[in-house]
Design a protein around this ligand. Structure first.
Ligand code: FES
Ligand code: FES
Length: 152
C-alpha cells in the first residue's frame, strides 16, 4: 500500500510498486489530464510535479512515492500556474493540445524557481518537452508573458 498526496488530498494505492505513476494516474485514478507520449522519459507529455519539481510520470514508479506530494495538471493552482494558464489562453499557445499539460507543468515549475527567466532559462527548462505541432515560439512568448503577469 502506497500513501502519498495527490493534488492536496491523501491517497492510498494498492498496486504493484513498479507501476509507473502515469499508469496509476490514468488507469487507477482516472485522471487523464497527464498524457502518454513516449513512455521512456523523452517527450515530456507526462510531466507532473513531485515534491514541487517536474517529473516524468512514465518513468516515476509508484513504489518510490511513499509520502511524496504529487501535483498534476488537474490540481496545479499556484500563482505561477495561474499566470501560465492565463498567458497560454491569451497567446493561444496550444495547437492540437496533446503536449500541453506537460508543457504547462514544466513552465510552472520553471517560473516558481525563476520568476523572470531569460530565453536561455526557458530553452533549458523546456528543451525536453516535445511538441509535434511546433508551438515552441508561442510557448517561449507565453512564459515571458506569464512572468509579466506574476510581476504585475
Ligand atoms: S510519456 Fe513520459 S516523457 Fe514521454
Ligand atoms: S500542441 Fe500539438 S503536440 Fe504540442
Amino acid at each position: 500500500m502506497i500513501n502519498f498526496t495527490l493534488n492536496g488530498e491523501a491517497r492510498q494505492l494498492d498496486v504493484d510498486p513498479n507501476m509507473p505513476l502515469l499508469w496509476a494516474l490514468r488507469d487507477e485514478l482516472k485522471m487523464t489530464g497527464t498524457k502518454f507520449g513516449c513512455g521512456v522519459a523523452f517527450c515530456g507529455a507526462c510531466t507532473v510535479h513531485v515534491d514541487g519539481f517536474p517529473a516524468r510520470s512514465c518513468q516515476t514508479f509508484i513504489g518510490d512515492l511513499e509520502g511524496a506530494e504529487v501535483t498534476t495538471i488537474e490540481g496545479v493552482d499556484t500563482d505561477a500556474a495561474k499566470a501560465v494558464q492565463d498567458a497560454w489562453v491569451e497567446l493561444q499557445v496550444p495547437q492540437c493540445g496533446y503536449c500541453q499539460s506537460g508543457q504547462i507543468m514544466s513552465a510552472t515549475a520553471l517560473l516558481a524557481d525563476t520568476p523572470q527567466p531569460t530565453d536561455e532559462d526557458i530553452d533549458a527548462a523546456m528543451e525536453n518537452n516535445i511538441c509535434r505541432c511546433a508551438s515552441y515560439v508561442r510557448i517561449r512568448k507565453a512564459i515571458h508573458r506569464a512572468a509579466e503577469i506574476m510581476e504585475a
